[in-house]
Design a protein around this ligand. Sequence first.
Ligand SMILES: [Cu+2]
Length: 185
Amino acid sequence: MGAVLLTGGLAACSSEAPAPAAPEIKPVAETSLAAPAASGDQPKGITYDVKRIPVGAKLSTGSSVENGRTTVELKVSGLLPNTKYGSHVHTKPCGAKPADSGPHYQNEKDPVTPSVDPGYANAENEIWLDFTTDAQGAATGKATVKWEFRKGEANAVIIHATHSSTEHGKAGTAGDRLACLTAQF
Ligand SMILES: [Cu+2]
């Protein structure tokens, strides 16, 4: 919807060549969430906290790249209504435990771990998809950054319990990891 409005607005105030359309988001992963498997392969989408993200909630993510810029979109439904959640792209696929998806993907890697320095843990160097659900428990999170993923290093989207902090010493933290979607960008 944003792209349509943008195109319309530019067309209305310019008689020259039409602005190029925003690149289309290509699907990367989509699933309904399940509880972690007791053993063996894990589901593609996992909820670790069924009170805050119910089994059956739907997550889908996709991305686009244009002129060295990457846009990532996350769509959610079936979550709690009118609730703030944090969300980021993490490095490893989802596992049985919330920590299995590893740290946030960073364009410029912080030499210090865990990375809580706002110089590295920020929305320009990581993919932050924080969102607030509507009355039906649905939302879209979106981020655009000025770089492209290194192949094979970005493998999950995590949903956290709060919006992301920007404070020194806590930057990028967003509370518990509530759910995970394995997504190979
Ligand atoms: Cu995260």
